[in-house]
Write a protein that binds this ligand. Structure first.
Ligand code: UDP
Length: 368
């Protein structure tokens, strides 16, 4: 019987990364049985369900249904549920992606059961040590047996932090694999009525630091309104931002087309023909950079400095946003600069590494 590999999907941004590995495994030699485990952190169809079909993933094999509550409640309940599953159905390894609470919970539960933990998208650091995502990514890296980094600089940082060289592997950017796989289909989709190629910008906002405090959120809404005087904007609104706007009694910014959260393909089809994007999303910074789309990141730091070094991303305060949008509109479009290991082959590298891990002595030594 083939050993099981459990891929832990908790929230929306996990799916494009896991999909890269899932498809690489499906298309290569059969040495393990991939099993999709959904913790339930994002459960609503618009935030999660639609993405399975878009990304060519089957429905989860295991659905824990754990969502809501504080960070501690969500993490604790997810840990208990994962442990219950893995006590009766023991995988050879567990892959967790990114930095959400469900990923931390799964990593902790697996590690304490002596199951090999692999962190996909390891090593990202924004330096904001009090942010939940930064806490999670550092904690997951600290207990993982295998650290799959998206680029060489990130892998080097992990080694400098003291992680064993053998545990760290620069496999490439899994998001880019998924983007390349779906780009033609996304480009073939019709744009929503009234939008023309290069004639609009996209906005996404969801981080607690941006949407949970009324003074920050109102500053951002004003900024988006001011930016919309330069360029029509489309904002697929995250449920967290929508709920906070409602609870503070804020109205949507003028000149901005608000939509519900979009499926992966629909969002990519919007992004790939936009003139720019203003966001606080980690994944969107990478997706924009890979597309050669100017990105303004509405945060004071990013865990993805490679997007800034590539010349595609810039941090912006709410006060600066409109000015930066105007500058981008005046500047000529930049050519896409290829980033090493953002080449659509991350899935392949993960698969090859996994095969040596699961078939070799290395596996037994690591979890001993
Ligand atoms: N995304 C999507 N629909 C949307 C907005 C974003 O499918 O309406 C996708 C986007 O393409 C990216 C992922 O969601 O792959 C990023 O997730 P999110 O911004 O929620 O989280 P983060 O990357 O900040 O952790």
């Amino acid at each position: 019987m083939l050993p099981e590999l459990h891929l832990v999907a908790a929230a929306r941004p996990n799916l494009p990364k896991l999909a890269a590995l899932w498809h690489a495994l499906a298309e290569g030699p059969e040495f393990c049985k991939p099993v999709l485990l959904h913790t339930g952190q994002h459960e609503d169809p618009a935030m999660f369900g639609v993405h399975f079909a878009d990304l060519g993933l089957p429905a989860p094999d295991i659905a824990l249904g754990i969502s809501g509550g504080s960070h501690a409640v969500l993490t604790g309940r997810s840990m208990i549920a994962c442990e219950t599953v893995w006590k009766s159905r023991r995988p050879a390894a567990v892959v967790v992606a990114g930095d959400v609470d469900g990923a931390l919970a799964a990593a902790l539960a697996a590690r304490k059961l002596g199951i090999m933990v692999i962190h996909l998208e390891a090593g990202l650091r924004s330096g904001e040590r009090n942010l939940p995502e930064e806490i999670n990514r550092r904690a997951i890296d600290a207990i993982s047996d295998v650290l799959w980094a998206p680029d060489e600089a990130t892998a080097a940082r992990l080694r400098q932090e003291g992680h064993a060289a053998a545990a760290v592997r620069a496999v490439g950017n899994a998001m880019v694999d998924t983007q390349l796989r779906h780009l033609a289909a996304a480009r073939a989709k019709r744009l929503p009525r009234g939008l023309t190629r290069g004639g609009y910008g996209v906005v996404t906002l969801h981080r607690a630091g941006n949407v949970d405090k009324p003074e920050r959120l109102i500053a951002l809404l004003d900024a988006v309104s001011a930016a919309a005087r330069h360029l029509p904007l489309v904002w697929p609104i995250h449920p967290r931002a929508a709920a906070q706007m409602k609870s503070f009694g804020f109205v949507p910014p003028i000149g901005v087309r608000i939509t519900p959260p979009l499926g992966y393909l629909e969002f990519l089809s919007l992004l790939c023909r936009a003139r720019l994007v203003a966001t606080d999303s980690g994944g969107v910074q990478e997706e924009a950079t890979a597309l050669g789309l100017p990105c303004l990141t509405l945060r004071s730091a990013t865990e993805r400095p490679i997007t800034i070094a590539a010349g595609m991303n810039r941090l912006a305060t709410p006060e600066e946003l409109a000015l930066r949008v105007a500058e981008i509109l005046k500047a000529p479009s930049l050519p896409v600069r290829p980033i090493p290991l953002w080449d659509g082959r991350a899935g392949l590298r993960m698969r090859e590494h996994l095969q040596t891990l699961l078939e070799g002595e290395e596996c037994r030594a690591m979890v001993a």
